[in-house]
Design a protein around this ligand. Structure first.
Ligand code: PMT
Length: 408
């Protein structure tokens, strides 16, 4: 997907710099050309030699190198690139970018460029939430810098929280989103739901499921790559925010419904979220206490609103195309056909979520696309390939003349 694209990778000084090796490999595997700029601090974590060996290109480190400056020059470095990627983007380099400093080669190239810039932050959780970093990131976003991550997780400093650099595969997806846009869905408004919902039992306990958001987020990215104006309504997940997408974070099914209805008039809506079917009938205001010797409390459940069925209802506000998912552990296709009719949607993407398939939380998915025309069996694909294929199908469908659709 990145054939012939030129990425200038700026490697700053953080422990996550080791992930750049894999990032370079993955980018080159997609056909991109990668050239590296390494800061002094970055060179404490990875060597120019390793970056050079993997990129098969010269690594630039020194602003005042007579040979580098005469052969290439810091302006030429950015002129030659389609995209600049800062990974890891440390608190220090983000601060220097926000302040417009030009005190080393990396900062100077970033100041001199008119190309898109993608930053993959990586730092200690308290550095990330420090008011100075928050303000710097805000400033950079306003100037058009795109961010991927950081993710939540365990960090090298033995702390846990947001600050982990996105995984190389997530950075590659963000790069694809920036470099491979097409206009097949330009002017179309799309809604995607993703991830699990959480239904409170009391202030500290909830009902939820294992959805990671990988499939739904990949669909949002794929639609944005085709030029759609995408709103992604997501439950709590730990995957990178997709680039170029309006993200609305919610917790419960009620909040998801409200956010979906607030999205306005849509051309297409895709419901990949694993919405909890039930919620506690009476969530407690205070933590339910465990009383010695007393039986466990009974949990009374009540149904959640069916978001897919609500949005599928006929009417002026109904999106042109509504796509539901069916997560099944038995009778996959028969249940999906039945679900399509019951919920009133146009298509159903059916996937087997039996534990042995690893669909929930995994990287791959095997789906059947159920439409009014019949059932298509797709091969097992990476979730972003499922997403790209689905987005292409949606673009084809929305591009069809209305008379053809009315006849279906
Ligand atoms: O997030 P990942 O780890 O990548 O996993 C992806 C996935 C398995 C979650 C995804 O591919 C998937 O199957 N999503 C739908 C999960 C689900 O809730 O399926 P269902 O068969 O229970 O629901 C049918 C459809 O109704 C779904 O489109 C669902 O979003 C929707 N629904 C369900 C209940 C409800 N109250 N409101 C809804 O809108």
């Amino acid at each position: 997907m990145l054939n012939g694209k030129r990425v200038l990778l700026i490697v700053a000084g953080g422990i996550a710099a080791f992930k750049c090796h894999d990032l370079i490999r993955k980018l080159r595997g997609q056909g991109a050309h990668v050239r590296c700029v390494l800061t002094d601090a970055g060179a404490r974590f990875v060597t120019p030699l390793s970056l050079q060996a993997l990129s098969e290109d010269k690594v630039y480190t020194d602003m005042f190198s007579l040979t580098d400056e005469s052969e290439m020059g810091h302006i030429q470095l950015s002129r030659d690139a389609d995209l600049l990627v800062v990974a890891p983007a440390t608190a220090n380099i983000l601060a220097r970018m926000a302040a417009g400093m030009a005190d080393d080669l990396a900062a100077t190239v970033l100041l001199a460029t008119d190309k898109p810039v993608l930053a993959a932050p990586a730092m200690n959780v308290r550095m990330w939430s420090h008011a100075a970093t928050v303000a710097n990131v805000e400033t950079l976003k306003k100037r058009g810098i795109t961010f991927v991550g950081p993710n939540d997780g365990a960090m090298a400093c033995n702390e846990y929280g947001p600050g982990r650099m996105s995984e190389p595969a997530e950075i590659v997806t963000a790069i694809e989103a920036l470099l491979t846009t097409s206009s097949a869905l330009k002017g179309k408004r799309a809604l995607v739901t993703s991830g699990p919902t959480r239904e409170a039992i009391d202030p500290v306990r909830y009902i939820s499921n294992h959805s990671s958001g990988k499939q739904g987020h990949a669909i949002a990215s794929a639609l944005a790559r085709l030029g759609a104006d995408v709103t992604l309504v997501s439950g709590p997940v730990n995957v990178a925010d997709p680039v170029g997408v309006k993200l609305v974070k919610i917790e419960s099914a009620d909040q998801m419904l409200e956010a979906c209805l607030a999205a306005g008039k849509l051309d297409v809506a895709i419901f990949a979220a694993a919405v909890a079917d039930w919620k506690s009938a009476k969530p407690a205001d205070a933590k339910i206490k465990k009383k010695p010797g007393a039986p466990p409390p009974a949990l009374e459940l009540t149904p959640n609103p069916d978001i897919l069925a609500t949005v599928s209802k006929p009417g002026a506000q109904r999106p042109t195309l509504v796509v539901g998912f069916a997560a099944e552990t038995e009778n996959l296709v028969a249940n999906a056909i039945d679900k399509r009719t019951r919920k009133g949607c146009d298509w159903i993407v059916a996937n087997d979520v039996s534990p042995a398939t690893g669909t929930f939380g995994g990287e791959r998915n095997t789906v059947h696309l159920v439409t009014a025309d019949g059932v298509e069996e797709w091969p097992t694909l990476a979730k972003d390939e499922v997403a790209a294929r689905l987005a292409d199908r949606i673009a084809q469908q929305l591009g069809r003349p209305r008379a053809v659709k009315a006849a279906e």
